[in-house]
Design a binder for this molecule. Structure first.
Ligand SMILES: CC(C)(COP(=O)(O)OP(=O)(O)OC[C@H]1O[C@@H](n2cnc3c(N)ncnc32)[C@H](O)[C@@H]1OP(=O)(O)O)[C@@H](O)C(=O)NCCC(=O)NCCS
Length: 158
């Protein structure tokens, strides 16, 4: 008799050499209509900056998702979080978000915040993890056909 054990999810730090993996997930996860995804140049530009952390979620050989965050003193911002559709709905996003919170707490952050398109299902993920909506930025995102979408600002005090 043989059994196949589920492949565990490992969350680990990434760097400049992870850009291909990040862009694979970015391209697959974000709906281009909404203008939320970052370009490779934007990612490459921010990675070397002080306080910026890239985390990769890996299942075996596959990159399931990533998060990108920036901390300045006791404030940390979740810049991006994305899960490849092949791994969606299995708790990867929740694990990446919980790891973001834990890592930033360890680093001395007390105020966490993020921006998310109004209507993005990720709002539920953030609410589940304790974030509250504290503001709205009108017309913050610009979609591929020029349509504008509001952003919600969400925050969590830790
Ligand atoms: C948002 C995202 C990271 C969630 O990743 P995930 O691994 O599928 O999330 P989880 O399995 O941990 O689910 C977390 C919760 O969010 C909800 N959720 C997240 N994305 C959802 C979606 N696309 N549709 C419906 N529900 C969604 C789940 O229902 C779940 O809530 P529940 O437990 O109360 O049912 C993923 O959908 C994604 O990459 N989206 C595109 C990129 C994006 O918009 N990122 C956020 C802005 S940077």
């Amino acid at each position: 008799m043989s059994s196949t054990a589920p492949v565990p999810l490992v969350v680990e730090r990434g760097g400049g050499d992870s850009l291909d993996d990040v862009m694979d997930v970015m391209t697959a996860a974000f709906d281009r209509r909404f203008g939320e995804a970052w370009t490779r140049a934007q990612c490459a530009g921010i990675l070397p900056m002080a306080g910026v952390t890239l985390m990769l979620a890996r299942r075996g050989d596959e990159i399931a998702g990533f998060s990108l965050a920036r901390r300045i003193l006791d404030e940390a911002e979740l810049l991006l979080i994305a899960v490849h559709p092949d791994h969606a709905g299995t708790g990867t996003g929740t694990q990446l978000l919980k790891r973001f919170i834990a890592d930033q707490q360890m680093a001395g952050a007390h105020n966490l915040h993020l921006e998310v398109r109004d209507g993005n299902p990720a709002v539920r993920l953030y609410r589940n993890t304790g974030f509250d909506i504290i503001g709205r930025r009108s017309n913050y995102y610009r979609g591929t056909d020029g349509e504008r979408f509001d952003a919600l600002t969400m925050a969590l005090r830790i």
